[in-house]
Ligand binder design. Sequence first.
Ligand SMILES: C[S@@+](CC[C@H](N)C(=O)[O-])C[C@H]1O[C@@H](n2cnc3c(N)ncnc32)[C@H](O)[C@@H]1O
Length: 315
Amino acid sequence: MDPFWRGAGFGGIPAAVMNVSSPFAGAEQCENVLRRAARKVVRLGESEIVKRMRRDWDARALENAKYYVNCQRWEQGDDEFNDSAPDILARVRRDYPLLPPVAAKERRFLELGCGIGRLMLSLAGDCGEIHGVDVSPEMIRLGKERLAAVTHARFHLSHGSTLSQFEDASFDLVYSFAVFQHIPDRDLVFGYLDESFRILKPGGLIVAQLNGAPPAEDRLDTWVGVWLPEETLFSYAIDRGWRVLSSEGARTQYLWLTMKKPDIRADRNSIGPDVTVKAILGAQRERERLYHRGWAGWLRGDSRARLAGRFLQLD
Ligand SMILES: C[S@@+](CC[C@H](N)C(=O)[O-])C[C@H]1O[C@@H](n2cnc3c(N)ncnc32)[C@H](O)[C@@H]1O
């Protein structure tokens, strides 16, 4: 492994320390303190990591952008390239019914790591405005060229994990595919998730693919990025205030996570002990433990257990 990346899993704190086996473990508070400290540590080195991501992805875009976005064949025509989008987007579109109920033309979508706009082109017809951020100016240049005729599509340069160019509560949907799996630092991934929370409208969704598979090789760079166990993502979600609506593909490279920014007014009536509860944790024992703790606590008015409610899918 390039010594530069060693320990970058979470700001130099070994991944094992940061992996959370249970959101209610006794060390929960301590873990949160550690996590915040880790974020501070990593920020110091962030710009160097961002420079490397930009340099590497620019080089890939110049060499063969279509291949590095859709690694099926070295030579790809526009049709073959564009036709690879709908299958991926079926997973995103499946969650449309969970979006805030507004007309499609009023919706604003944002893609994290948009590349040359393969997915944006396909989703442009589903919303009134579509934006994409990418760390590589060359990818963005090509994307603008390809989507020149799509007047409501906009490309933006990203600075690694911030979305500072966007206002609070201004998007209905944030989505991402084949990006987080390449980011070599967990802190940057969580930075994007935090920023997505900020820019989503209440009730807005993030639908994202992350790498949930333990690494097969001892390598961490801008191609082989970090992996994130489902438990760590759940713990983060609770900490940040997301409602996890679904999680699929735990322990695979294609872990798809859908999280909602709570809309306190709209959600108020949907939460309560009389609704059917479907826990989403991977381990059955954990599921049952949460179920009982969550709802027993709910009846007691225990605020920590209320947080557990965010962890449960309510039908
Ligand atoms: C495999 S491509 C996928 C592109 C697009 N999501 C798609 O599926 O068509 C990965 C993209 O993520 C971008 N990327 C990598 N690290 C990033 C980061 N930290 N922030 C934003 N974009 C990033 C790369 O520049 C590249 O365009």
